[in-house]
Design a protein around this ligand. Structure first.
Ligand code: FDA
Length: 502
């Protein structure tokens, strides 16, 4: 009978959960609110300082597994004794859903940060990586193994593998190699019954869902098998700044059509801020080959030999987010990420935005509290994959993604940036995708909607409100898979996939 009865109706029996867990998990891997280290463990990967506050609803327990069996025991004890779990890998969730609840709730956090093993099989050009590794670990160790292999994922090295892959994951090679999960070939997951599954035993529907269907919903992904991709020994990076007085608006207007149709080896993204646009590029080749291409396809940008920085691909993964002084060793640093208070939103653009609108956008970027707009061009590989091939549906015909980043440096400074973020988003509505207005699940935004829970199950109707923006028509398939693999809605948060039973 569906929906099935969910967790025990009574209040969670906390002590029973703990005594169940200590049969399988060493107490040194468990933290209760009274443990001296609880606060520092909880805060260790809180990347959005907005949530590092006394008002935040925090977990009753934190479990730091070192092997899959610990996760299996946590889920089994959690199910038995009515303790929900949230899972955290790198803690970069913009809304903090991996370590806090938006409403009062009793839950535990499975913190994957002790599980970061990575092994490379050079013969097959594959790797297995644990969810608690960070992207910088993949880049560093792949680059160290050989300068000829790489992996296409996000730009910031401290991002956790677990959450990033769960939402798709894209970076500077998206035009050549698609998103991270386009290159995931197997995974190990602990399901809602505490069973450890691989691709064969979970089946293709389940495997489809975990590759981009959003974190938390389908189980705890322990590790991922990656198909590494070839790169040339030298790549070229440029970062050129153009102000409004240098014709930045004409350049952006042209960029919208040029960047998505360039050869797949070249990605030029834009960061628009204040009265400036920064054009940042990764070219999978040498400066000698890049300059004639720029000369023929985008001469107005005026990229010169002196703008080119040639380096190995792995070096580019440090250089692009951290600057010229960064070394590949910085990719292993788990604390180098700038911590800020922030609000983030996203959009997708299918039709070029008129020049007159870009002029207005720059008046928005000059307002009090203004943030920045990061624009990643699509086209080539990312757009050649059918929208239904993975849960990530923002592919065919997409020109570019926009991320609106608003940040501030102290609790008191939130009003103007938060207001700017909402107003800017409202202003952009006519110029971006419609029905639905698409958004990227890894740029989590609770303004898009949150689940309503009725009879202890998140309702499909409430999920559709935000879910179709992230997943379009793939949302329904995700909800049907959820009903099969987690019918009691054990794994849930404010934006987890609700089960669809009929
Ligand atoms: P976190 O641990 O917070 O998890 C995020 C979500 O996934 C939560 O719902 C969590 O419960 C769930 N989850 C985590 N581990 C899981 C597991 N093992 N199994 C199942 N569910 C799990 N994105 C991008 O595509 N390209 C980019 O270049 C960037 N750049 C960037 C820079 C910075 C500074 C930040 C803060 C964020 C980004 N992002 C990004 C967004 C990033 O991809 C997104 O926040 C990821 O979900 C982060 O993954 P973490 O594991 O770090 O987050």
């Amino acid at each position: 009978s569906y929906p099935p009865s969910a967790m025990p109706a009574a209040a969670p029996a906390k002590d029973d959960f703990l005594s169940c867990l200590t049969k399988s998990v060493s107490p040194r891997l468990l933290y209760t609110k009274s443990s001296p280290a609880y606060g520092s463990i909880w805060a260790s990967t809180v990347r959005n300082l907005k949530f590092d506050s006394d008002k935040t609803v925090k977990p009753l327990y934190i479990i730091t597994p070192t092997e899959a069996a610990h996760i299996q025991a946590t889920v089994a004890c959690g199910r038995k004794h009515g303790m929900r779990v949230r899972v955290r890998s790198g803690g970069h969730d913009y809304e903090g859903l991996s370590y806090r609840s938006a409403k009062p709730e009793t839950f535990a956090v499975v913190d994957m940060s002790m599980m970061r093993h990575l092994s490379i099989n050079g013969r097959n050009a594959t790797a297995w990586v644990d969810s608690g590794a960070q992207l910088g670990d993949i880049y560093y160790f792949t680059g160290k193994y050989t300068p000829r292999l790489a992996f296409p994922a996000g730009v910031c090295s401290t991002i956790g593998v677990g959450g990033h892959f769960s939402g798709g994951g894209f970076g500077m090679m998206l035009r050549k190699h698609g998103i991270a999960v386009d290159n995931v070939i197997d995974a190990k997951v602990v399901d809602a019954n505490g069973i450890l599954l691989d691709r064969k035993s979970m089946g293709e529907d389940y495997f489809w869902a975990i590759r981009g269907g959003g974190g938390e919903s389908f189980g705890i992904v322990v590790s991922w098998q990656l198909k590494l991709v070839p790169v040339p020994p030298k790549v070229t990076v440029f970062q050129v700044y153009r102000g409004l007085k240098d014709g930045a608006i004409d350049l952006i207007t042209k960029w919208q059509q040029v960047a998505p149709s360039l050869p797949e080896d070249l990605m030029i993204r834009i960061m628009a801020m204040g009265d400036t646009a920064m054009f940042e590029a990764l070219f999978l080749g040498t400066c000698k080959d890049l300059l004639p291409l720029m000369g023929s396809r985008f001469p107005e940008l005026g990229v010169k030999q002196a703008d080119c920085k040639e380096m190995s691909w792995v070096q580019s993964t440090a250089y692009i987010p951290m600057g010229a002084s960064a070394t590949v060793n910085d990719l292993l640093n788990r604390t180098s990420n700038i911590k800020a208070f922030g609000k983030y939103k996203s959009d997708y653009v299918k039709d070029p935005i008129p020049k007159a609108v870009w002029e207005k956008i720059y008046t928005w970027l000059a307002k009090p509290g203004a943030g920045i707009m990061i624009m990643d061009p699509y086209g080539a590989k990312i757009s050649s994959i059918p929208d239904r091939a993975t849960p990530f549906p923002h592919r065919q015909g997409m020109l570019f993604n926009i991320q609106y980043v608003s940040y501030w440096s102290g609790e008191a400074g939130s009003a103007a940036p938060t207001q700017w973020s909402r107003d800017m988003y409202a202003f952009m509505e006519p110029y971006v995708t419609k029905n639905p207005r698409q958004a990227y699940v890894n740029y989590r935004d609770l303004d898009l909607g949150v689940n309503q829970v009725v009879g202890d199950i998140s309702t499909y109707e409430s999920g559709r409100v935000w879910g179709e923006k992230y997943f379009k028509c793939n949302f329904e398939r995700l909800a049907r898979i959820k009903a099969k693999v987690d019918p009691t809605d054990y794994f849930r948060n404010e934006q987890s996939i609700p089960p669809l039973f009929k």
